[in-house]
Design a protein. Structure first.
Length: 134
């Protein structure tokens, strides 16, 4: 089934945003109510559940201070979603849930890519982001 059919009721809370004039990315948690079958898996219960989402965008400029989204790629953490509804597809992690290594820089590049940029080196940070996107 299609994503919007399985999850017709949803909301998103943005956690992190960074970008340039040409590219942007966000990380967020989606809050969805699973109504219909998805990937051959029946809806477990009609209750709300969270899932992790990362969006990548490329922007096409339409003017000096304006633009349109040219391309959007949405990456959903399906393994986490299935674990949350009682259908784990991976073995239990060795580290506790929520453990995140801190970034070496405060420039918006999330770990593990943050280790390739030192200080507030935006040129290297942009190269790391573009390498992850393309």
């Amino acid at each position: 089934q299609h994503f919007r059919t399985a999850f017709p009721t949803s909301g998103f809370s943005q956690m992190l945003f960074f970008g340039t004039d040409d590219y942007a990315t966000t990380t967020s948690y989606g809050n969805v109510r699973w109504h219909e079958e998805l990937f051959g898996i029946p809806a477990p219960k009609e209750e709300w559940t969270y899932f992790r989402v990362t969006d990548f965008y490329s922007v096409r400029k339409t003017g000096p201070n304006s633009g349109l989204v040219n391309y959007n790629f949405m990456m959903i953490d399906w393994a986490d979603l299935f674990r949350r509804v009682g259908r784990p597809v991976l073995p239990q992690a060795a580290l506790p849930e929520g453990l995140v290594l801190s970034a070496h820089v405060n420039d918006g590049v999330p770990a593990p890519l943050s280790v390739v940029a030192r200080g507030r080196d935006h040129v290297t940070a942009k190269k790391a982001m573009e390498g992850a996107l393309f």
